[in-house]
Ligand binder design. Structure first.
Ligand SMILES: [Zn+2]
Length: 422
């Protein structure tokens, strides 16, 4: 997933001979190597985008794995395909690793899947178009070419690097505990996780909102409408659901940075719920026996998420007589709050960016960044995301990437990894 707001297309400062003066000779060599590979990077992006790999397309995600695994194999990493159980309805993940003990142990995070199906790539000057160009096959190419630059310079020697490209980042396989276990295990063996989702100019992602889903079910007695408000019949399931939702609206809006959407609602004499459809039956003069509502919840910290859930349960618990209400909350992507260890990595990136003449990099605002895989790593190691290229229209038909930013970001990532693994 990528920024909540559409990431604005921004111009990256191009390479120039003068800015390289602030770099150590070995770092300068990395940047120059990347400069010479701009067309190779675009070719790899084209190859990747031409593989249609929405999360639900198991064969497509597996084919995407083959493309990137072949690249990683050429630079001394050992790729492994980690399949997910059939019940998850998701393909699996690409992991690749090299062993070492020098400097920080790094976990580099990408993903193989896209929201929309694709399969076509078009290039118009510095703009690449197609599903996954921005989110995030462009970022995967940045990750791979940063490693290739380091490999070409012999600078990977002695470093522990784990690459994790999940196959279900855009729509996580159930149960989350199973589908994210390999990523969490890799984070536990790492000091720092660097993630290559698209970024904003001058901003590093150290905090992001999570994503949870909730379902509210209200039931009560049904009968002739003339009996409503009586002690025997109560007020019906629809009035009760309305009371609860109004309570959510009043109470949850008090938590800064939190959002809670009601996505669908159905009430009546009977309600049938399917994954993305609800069907209700009823009449004007029948007291509704059932109401179902569902929505999501996006918090900026684990503490805020716990507080929001407690507030919701409190509202639900105040049920009127004769009705029953149950609330189910499923946590998908955890929120990631900013922490000093994330900011320490950001400070290293800030230094690299300045030395490259790309200007300072500051911490992002959690409320402006959507859920993502780096949040699963964050409890276990330092995390920095947003290292990918810039683009527009993620999760939409019109998705594009700024092709120039792929090479500038790859050069920046190569120097960052170099400094972290000394
Ligand atoms: Zn993404």
């Amino acid at each position: 997933m990528i920024a909540v707001r559409v990431v604005a297309c921004f111009a990256f400062v191009g390479f120039s001979a003068t800015i390289h003066a602030a770099l150590a000779p070995a770092e300068r060599a990395l940047v120059e190597w990347v400069e010479g590979k701009q067309e190779d990077m675009i070719s790899l992006l084209e190859k990747a985008v031409k593989v249609s790999s929405p999360s639900e397309d198991l064969a497509g995600v597996r084919a995407m794995h083959e493309v990137f695994a072949a690249e990683l194999k050429t630079i001394g990493l050992t790729p492994t395909w980690v399949p997910l159980p059939a019940g998850s309805k998701r393909a699996g993940h690409l992991f690749a690793e090299r062993a070492g003990s020098r400097g920080k142990r790094l976990l580099l995070i990408g993903h193989l899947d896209t929201v929309l199906p694709g399969g076509t790539f078009t290039r118009d000057g510095n703009v690449g178009r197609g599903s996954g160009t921005n989110d995030m096959k462009g970022g995967d190419v940045v990750l791979i070419y940063a490693l290739k630059a380091l490999h070409a310079a012999g600078a990977l020697e002695g470093a522990q690097i784990i690459v994790a490209m999940t196959g279900d980042e855009e729509s996580i396989g159930d149960p989350v505990e199973v589908s994210r276990a390999p990523l969490i295990a890799a984070a536990k063996r790492s000091d720092i996780a660097l993630a290559f989702e698209g970024g904003r100019a001058g901003e590093g992602t150290v905090a992001r909102r999570g994503a949870s889903s909730w379902w509210l079910e209200v039931t009560g007695p049904t009968g002739h409408s003339s009996g409503i408000f009586s002690a025997a019949m109560g007020s019906g399931a629809i009035y009760e659901a309305a009371r609860i939702l109004e309570g959510f609206h009043t109470e949850l809006r008090k938590l800064p940075g939190l959002t809670a959407n009601v996505g669908m609602l159905a009430g009546g004499a009977t309600v049938k719920q399917e994954p993305f459809t609800m069907t209700a039956t009823g009449k004007n003069n029948i007291i509704p026996a059932s109401t179902i509502a569902m929505g999501d919840l996006r918090a900026i910290s684990p503490e805020q998420l716990a507080q929001a859930e407690a507030v919701m349960r409190e509202v639900v618990a105040k049920t009127r007589p004769r009705v029953q209400a149950t609330l189910r909350v499923a946590h998908r992507y955890p929120p990631q709050a900013s922490e000093p260890r994330h900011l320490e990595v950001l400070a290293v990136l800030d230094g690299v960016s300045r030395d490259l003449g790309q200007g300072p990099v500051v911490a992002n605002n959690a409320a402006q960044r959507g859920a993502g895989d780096s949040a699963f790593a964050a409890p276990h190691c330092a995390v920095l995301d947003g290292l990918g290229p810039s683009g527009t229209g993620a999760h939409a038909e019109r998705e594009t990437v700024d092709l120039k930013s792929i090479s500038t970001q790859a050069a920046r990532a190569a120097v960052l990894i170099y400094r972290l693994t000394r």
